[in-house]
Design a protein around this ligand. Structure first.
Ligand SMILES: Nc1ncnc2c1ncn2[C@@H]1O[C@H](COP(=O)(O)OP(=O)(O)OP(=O)(O)O)[C@@H](O)[C@H]1O
Length: 362
């Protein structure tokens, strides 16, 4: 029977993933991935030591072998550099999506295959539709609509999907917690992690402050080009952001919102929140780095997409520009799309693939 390496973060989701596979009779081992932040420890916070202890304790209670895999160098080159380059060039990268393709189902899967395993399991809320004569294995949204994580898997390639397992994707989070308690898993009551896969409990703004030099520039009102103030660096801001701009609206009903970045002038563009705010809503965009989780979808087609994590699926039309680039036209204009971020494509609950916003048009 095939051997499965379970990626155990110390959190409850991957603990239950291991529990379920064990109960189903699979030959499994657990592994914690040590990433770059573990080694550098510059920000004086090390929640990961506790995470390793928690993952080891869960493996112990399940009676499965456990190891720590050091992926520090790969993480530095594939994720941290991508993150820093993105922020330095004025776009908003998505380390979580890249982490799944490059690390969890990239170097970590390679490590598993080299060490006698045939699959990698994670605690992602996603389901799998097994391969049929007509189509390869497909990723389907998780059963818990509040927890579905398929968006983060959008850039996975078919060969990676073929070797992935998501044992908890059919569960609702409360059911998962109940299972963890019923089986006395040592981390049954542990709080959920905050998302960004390697930064852990460290805030993105602290990370940026440490690694990307400040580069002050003007805050400009996009409607009339009036300078309203100064920002510390474009990388601290994302389109659609309202908090922390530092420019009062002097009015009770109007709020300034970031509507864009003018890279040439190093200017942060703001406007009052409104459907007519210049650049805030887009009806079309260009997507590069197009990647499919299974069969490629047709050159010109009507499908659905999630424009960001936690957004509902929306109707889109795709038009092919080149092998790796498409134009996406939204049925309804979408608010605050950020260059560098990821769009995920769907056919109903089935994930089709993803790509990177490289041009956004109103
Ligand atoms: N440092 C790590 N070592 C091993 N596996 C990891 C690590 N970080 C994340 N994973 C794997 O990736 C999955 C999704 O990661 P994410 O950070 O979204 O955690 P999560 O949904 O809070 O799950 P968990 O409760 O297992 O931490 C985890 O369930 C786990 O299988």
């Amino acid at each position: 029977m095939s051997k499965i390496l379970v990626a155990m973060s110390g959190g409850v989701d991957s603990a239950v993933a291991a529990l379920l596979l064990k109960e189903q009779g699979y030959d499994i081992e657990g592994a914690y991935m040590k990433n770059w932040i573990n080694e550098d420890n510059i920000l004086g916070d090390c929640p990961w030591q506790q995470d390793i202890e928690d993952a080891a304790a869960v493996a112990d209670s399940l009676g499965i072998p456990f190891r720590v895999v050091n992926l520090m160098h790969e993480y530095r080159s594939r994720i941290v550099d991508y993150l820093l380059e993105g922020y330095q060039s004025g776009v908003t990268p998505n380390p979580d999506v890249m982490c799944n393709r490059e690390i969890k189902f990239g170097v970590f899967l390679d490590y598993a295959l080299e060490n006698g395993f045939s699959e990698v399991a994670t605690g992602h809320y996603a389901q799998l539709q097994e391969e049929t004569a007509d189509s390869p294995r497909a990723i389907i949204e998780g059963a818990d609509p509040n927890k579905d994580q398929t968006y983060f898997l959008a850039m996975m390639r078919p060969d990676q999907v073929a070797r992935a397992r998501f044992p908890v994707g059919h569960l609702l989070k409360p059911q998962l917690r109940e299972l963890a308690q019923k089986h006395n898993l040592p981390n049954a009551a542990k709080k959920d992690s905050q998302g960004i896969c390697f930064i852990g409990n460290i805030k993105m703004s602290d990370f940026l402050r440490e690694y990307v030099p400040d580069r002050p520039g003007p805050i400009i009102r996009a409607d009339d080009d009036k300078t309203l103030g100064e920002h510390r660096g474009l990388h601290y801001f994302t389109i659609g952001q309202r908090r922390g701009i530092g420019v009062p609206s002097n009015s009770d009903n109007n709020f300034y919102v970031v509507v864009g970045k003018d890279i040439q002038r190093n200017a942060l563009l703001v406007s009052f929140e409104a459907p007519s705010a210049p650049g805030l809503y887009s009806s079309r965009c260009e997507i590069s780095g197009l990647s499919y989780t299974g069969e490629p979808f047709p050159d010109d087609c009507k499908i659905e997409a999630k424009v960001r994590y936690r957004d509902p699926r929306v109707a889109i039309t795709c038009k092919r520009i080149s092998p790796e680039t498409i134009e996406v036209i939204f049925d309804e204009p979408q608010r605050a799309l950020a260059l560098g971020q990821i769009i995920a494509f769907y056919d109903g609950p089935k994930l089709l693939g993803g790509g990177i916003y490289t041009k956004i048009q109103s």
